[in-house]
Structures are given as structure tokens and as C-alpha cells.
Write a protein that binds this ligand. Structure first.
Ligand SMILES: [Zn+2]
Length: 91
């Protein structure tokens, strides 16, 4: 049974929304959902800032449109963050 509430997004879903957001492809509604989630989730807030750093770094470095490369680096950075987070929680 799924509860169709827009205000409670799983962290994994939020990460996908964040990628769109940082691409400038997010709608107003998506941005709103991101903000709501970030207010309640310090973990995603941290990821958000680290993603922003990664994106601006990639944009500076390639300064032409290579979105797939940006995405690839973004996900690499994200999975590293998540692994570090998981390890911390475990230990
Ligand atoms: Zn979250």
C-alpha cells in the first residue's frame, strides 16, 4: 500500500530530483519538494551542497555542454558521500 504524499520523499528519490534541479531542469513543484525535504533531512542537505560544488567544478572545467560527464561525476561524488555516510553509521 502506497501513501501518495508529496511532502515525504525518500532520500533516493530526492537525489534524482536534485540532479534535475542542479541541471536547471526542475519545475517549481520539484524545487518546492526539494526544499521541504532538505529542511527535515540534514543528510540530503549535506549531499546537496556537495553536489553543488561538484556541478560548479564540472561547469568550470568543461565550460561547454557535456551533461553526461557532469552527471557521471555527480553520481560518483554522490555514491562516495553515501558510502562514507553508511560507514560512519555502521561504525
Ligand atoms: Zn533525505
Amino acid at each position: 500500500m502506497t501513501d501518495n504524499s508529496n511532502e515525504c520523499i525518500e532520500c533516493n528519490e530526492l537525489l534524482e530530483l536534485l540532479v534535475d534541479y542542479l541541471d536547471g531542469e526542475a519545475t517549481e513543484e520539484v524545487r518546492h519538494r526539494i526544499i521541504i525535504h532538505l529542511q527535515d533531512c540534514p543528510r540530503c542537505t549535506r549531499l546537496f551542497w556537495s553536489m553543488r560544488r561538484t556541478v560548479s567544478y564540472c561547469q568550470m572545467e568543461s565550460c561547454c555542454d557535456m551533461p553526461s560527464l557532469v552527471h557521471q561525476r555527480l553520481w560518483e561524488a554522490l555514491s562516495q558521500e553515501l558510502e562514507a555516510e553508511d560507514n560512519q553509521t555502521d561504525a
